[in-house]
Design a protein around this ligand. Structure first.
Ligand SMILES: Cc1cc2nc3c(=O)[nH]c(=O)nc-3n(C[C@H](O)[C@H](O)[C@H](O)COP(=O)(O)OP(=O)(O)OC[C@H]3O[C@@H](n4cnc5c(N)ncnc54)[C@H](O)[C@@H]3O)c2cc1C
Length: 476
């Protein structure tokens, strides 16, 4: 591997993660990043002396998940700050606290008390919980691939409030609803999330993770080219030859693209891939997007890292449908994170950060986006009295902002959706049909939640590259 010229296109969690793993093998990857900062959707940006996340982030498995696993393998300086209670759940006006371990008896009691499902649904619910508990591995999830999560949930219970709660959890994990999400992925990710008890926020902000990975890469002699966009991947006779950026040509034996499956095809040219591969990629469906409002406050208005606000029996599919048809719903679910509750170092003393966001289609008309953000602000003001008076700076961002940062062409939150028709063997492998070309990131992760899906992909991509390189060495 040491003699291989390796180029990585993009420094999201996937790109930065695989660059660090390869750097530990003695490779000196050259990483191109079109933005001025590392991390893509999981990056951090400085405003007004505070460090803001690009998205609204929390790591589902924290120190027990793949983000930490990459750090352990590479020596990257990544640390998670555990905080419990972690979540304030507000469903239909009732609220209560959920511990870091969602299966803590107080958490379970509070979920029951707040969501208040019917007594007659209890037995079915317990059986569903048992199924989630027993789905610990991909093998356990196997019988539930290629079917929607909702079909499994419906089999166990029909309580509309508990169905809403599970659908909101599904949207938090995958950016899609239970009617579209893979049942296998849902059961496995939900198991991993609720039983880990380590859901957490990273020290130094979310961008500290990809930055720590890139530091490993650079310390080992790799290069980071910020503000440099790769425009073309050059291939000849079924093998990659190098990349052309806006600054020049770089020869490469191995190219790892973090720019999504579709953008990788655009950069390379469809003619280098089998028709079936191109057709599958061009018809693939991404997760939904979102809008966010971010505040710097001069008072600590919240004490709990996350809040999940959901109107009673709120339907995310209806929200997406309504917005897609230009209709504005009365109220909507909000995911609220105050990263300074966990990591005060993100803002100067006396200042606090608060983010609130909701889901929208990955492409949304500007006027409608603005109206959604008005609703988000109004709801946040109701949930946090004094918000207006204590705001010293605020920023609104919509799906277009996410699209501009990720470079994917639209503002999907996660990547290629973990749908029932795109799961397990139907997901894209990091290994492409073009020799020497790999795709890393959420699009090619085999399982996990958001950044953890991208980190999982980084480890899987790394393993495949080692396997392929060993194969080449054996053959020569
Ligand atoms: C609002 C929001 C909330 C979220 N909440 C959570 C959460 O709570 N928990 C969680 O785990 N996940 C969450 N996610 C999802 C998570 O951020 C993503 O799934 C993950 O970061 C995707 O990582 P990635 O490596 O696939 O790619 P990306 O982050 O998309 O990175 C791709 C990188 O490649 C670069 N690039 C692309 N093309 C080129 C090119 N041609 N040349 C050079 N560079 C290029 C881009 O600039 C970018 O930096 C959220 C996302 C959003 C938007």
């Amino acid at each position: 591997m040491k003699d291989k010229k390796v180029v990585v296109i993009g420094s999201g969690i996937g790109g930065a993660g695989v660059a660090a793993l390869l750097a530990k093998d003695g490779v000196k990857p050259i990483v191109f990043e079109r933005n001025a900062f590392v991390g893509g959707k999981a990056g951090s940006i400085e405003h007004e002396g505070c460090l803001f996340d690009v998205g609204v982030h929390i790591s589902a498995r924290g120190e027990k998940g793949p983000l930490a696993q990459i750090a352990k393998k590479t020596g990257a300086d990544v640390a998670f700050i555990n905080k419990s209670p972690l979540l304030r759940l507000n469903y239909g006006g009732r609220d209560g606290l959920i511990y870091q371990k969602m299966t803590h008896p107080v958490s379970l009691y509070n979920i029951y008390r707040i969501v208040r499902p019917s007594i007659k649904s209890l037995l079915g619910m317990l059986r569903l919980v048992k199924l989630v508990y027993s789905t610990k591995t991909k093998k356990d999830a196997q019988p539930y691939y290629h079917i929607p999560a909702k079909s499994i949930i419906d089999k166990y219970m029909s309580d509309p409030d508990m169905q809403t709660f599970l659908d909101i959890c599904c949207n938090l994990m995958f950016g899609i609803s239970t009617d579209e999400a893979s049942a296998g992925d849902f059961l496995l990710a939900f198991n991993n999330w609720i039983t880990s008890g380590t859901t957490a926020y990273p020290k130094g902000g979310y961008g500290a993770i990809p930055n720590a990975y890139m530091k490993v890469c650079e310390d080992a002699g790799g290069e980071l080219h910020l503000n440099e966009t790769v425009n073309r991947i050059i291939a000849e006779d079924g093998t990659v030859k190098g990349v052309e950026s806006d600054k020049g040509f770089y020869p490469a034996d191995i190219i790892i693209s973090n720019a999504s499956v579709v953008k990788t095809l655009d950069m390379t040219g469809d003619q280098h891939f089998p028709d079936s591969y191109v057709e599958k990629a061009r018809n693939a469906i991404d997760s939904v997007g979102g809008v966010m409002v971010k505040y710097i406050l001069d008072a600590p208005l919240v004490e709990i890292p996350m809040t999940l606000y959901t109107p009673r029996r709120f339907s995310v599919p209806d929200l997406i449908k309504d917005l897609g048809q230009g209709r504005m719903p009365d109220d909507m679910a909000l995911f609220i994170v105050s990263p300074t509750v966990t990591e005060p170092g993100l803002a100067p003393e006396g200042l606090h950060l608060l983010y609130g966001g909701t889901v929208t289609p990955a492409r949304l008309d500007k006027d409608l986006s603005n109206e959604v953000m008005d609703r988000v602000e109004n709801r946040l003001e109701k949930l946090h009295p004094g918000l207006k008076e204590h705001t010293i700076w605020k920023e609104r961002s919509d799906a277009d902002v996410i699209a501009a940062i990720s470079g994917r062409g639209h503002g999907d939150a996660i990547g290629m959706a973990q749908r029932y028709d795109q799961d397990a063997d139907k997901r894209f492998s990091p290994r492409t049909p073009l020799e020497g070309l790999y795709i890393v990131g959420a699009d090619t992760g085999s399982f996990g939640i958001g950044t953890e899906l991208a980190a999982q992909s980084a480890m899987e991509t790394h393993a495949l590259i080692l396997e392929d390189t060993a194969g080449v060495h054996q053959a020569t």
